[in-house]
Design a protein around this ligand. Structure first.
Ligand SMILES: CSC[C@H]1O[C@H](OP(=O)(O)O)[C@H](O)[C@@H]1O
Length: 351
């Protein structure tokens, strides 16, 4: 399968780097309006990650890398090394689950440690952030090819996806949504069923927006409709992204992913996880060790100020779950695919 990008995916980007500032498309305001936020320093970037102006594991890592570059660019004349170290600490505290954040900061830290002056750091950290961004886009294109080699559809197929894993969530093109784009480019896509993805609605607000914009056939469904869609035999594969993949092949992804994996196994539908290798965390033995972010209960209690639940009701709002490796047919990265993932298969590709 080829690695060429679709013409259509080139237009949608989550961020624009200007050397002295990072512009972020405010994903909280999509699809109503395309509003860009200017982040002029590491703290501003960290706040944008926490508030989900920018979200999606790879996009979080790339933004954080630019945040470190900005810390050098705007460092005062005093202890510039202390300022950059502090910026890395602030960025590392912005969100806990997606390991791409810590992976990107580690890469930036390694460059920082070899810098001999502030000028040197300013130049080299910016170059490294851009490189990391470009590598993510290239990885997305490569993994789409590997995914189609696993699927090998003879005829156009329908797939179901969860959350948003597209150009908005990555350096461009997308992970699971990149696979969907590639199917479409190869005339092998009948339709995408997009879970709306409660409570933040990445599926309806972002995935449906990206796909509609790129004229890729998409049907939106509530998360609870997935079982009925699979039972009706409409879908061949469920394709999702990941926020962290552990050494045994367990996968943390948007809340509701585990439900889909159970459904896929019951209905004998393929279940594929697509992510860059920067999402793989071989330091953790299993998914039980992944820190799972819980967000504010207001995400369930209200919608833009309108109450959705009785005042005072207790809320449990974990925003990721862990799918056990045994329910996954393939984990696909730019390095290739691990089928029926387990420790042996993961070690073969990632050590
Ligand atoms: C390719 S993005 C991976 C991942 O990020 C999303 O989470 P969030 O929107 O909370 O940042 C979701 O889990 C996607 O699958």
């Amino acid at each position: 399968m080829s690695n060429r990008p679709s013409k259509s995916s080139v237009g949608t980007v989550a961020m624009r780097w200007h050397g002295d500032r990072l512009d972020l498309l405010d994903q909280r305001r999509l699809p109503a309006e395309e509003h860009w936020i200017v982040a002029d320093g590491a703290s501003a970037v960290a706040q944008c990650i926490t508030d989900m102006v920018v979200r999606g594991a790879p996009a979080i890592g790339i933004s954080a890398a630019y945040g470190v570059a900005l810390a050098a660019r705007h460092a005062g004349g005093g202890d510039w090394q202390a300022e950059i170290r502090q910026a890395i600490r602030v960025l590392a505290a912005s969100r806990p689950t997606a390991v791409n954040l810590f992976w990107a900061l580690k890469r930036m830290e390694q460059v920082f440690h070899s810098c001999h002056s502030l000028n040197d750091a300013t130049d080299r950290l910016a170059v490294e952030a851009v490189r990391l961004h470009e590598e993510d886009l290239a990885a997305n294109l490569a993994m789409a090819g590997h995914a189609l080699d696993v699927m090998r559809p003879d005829n156009p197929i329908a797939v179901l996806t969860h959350c948003n894993t597209g150009a908005l969530a990555t350096g461009g093109y997308g992970t699971a949504l990149g696979v969907i784009r590639r199917l479409h480019e190869e005339s092998l896509l009948d339709r995408v069923y997009a879970d709306e993805t409660r409570p933040w609605l990445q599926g309806s607000r972002l995935t449906a927006w990206e796909l509609t914009r790129d004229e890729i056939p998409v049907t939106l469904n509530v998360d609870g409709a997935a079982a009925a869609i699979l039972a009706a035999g409409k879908v061949k594969w469920i394709v999702v992204g990941a926020d962290r993949i552990t050494a045994n092949g367990d996968v943390a992804n948007k809340i509701g992913t585990y439900n889909l994996a159970v459904l896929a196994r019951h209905h004998k539908v393929g279940f594929m996880v697509v992510a860059p290798s920067s999402t793989v965390d071989m330091s953790l033995a299993s998914g039980q060790e992944i820190p799972i972010e819980e967000r504010d209960g207001s995400e369930l209690l209200e919608l833009r100020g309108m109450p959705l639940a009785p005042v005072g009701v207790p809320v449990f709002n974990p925003v990721f779950d862990v799918t056990p490796a045994g329910l996954i047919d393939a984990i696909v990265t730019e390095k290739g695919a691990v089928r029926n993932p387990d420790l042996t298969g993961m070690r073969a590709l990632f050590t």
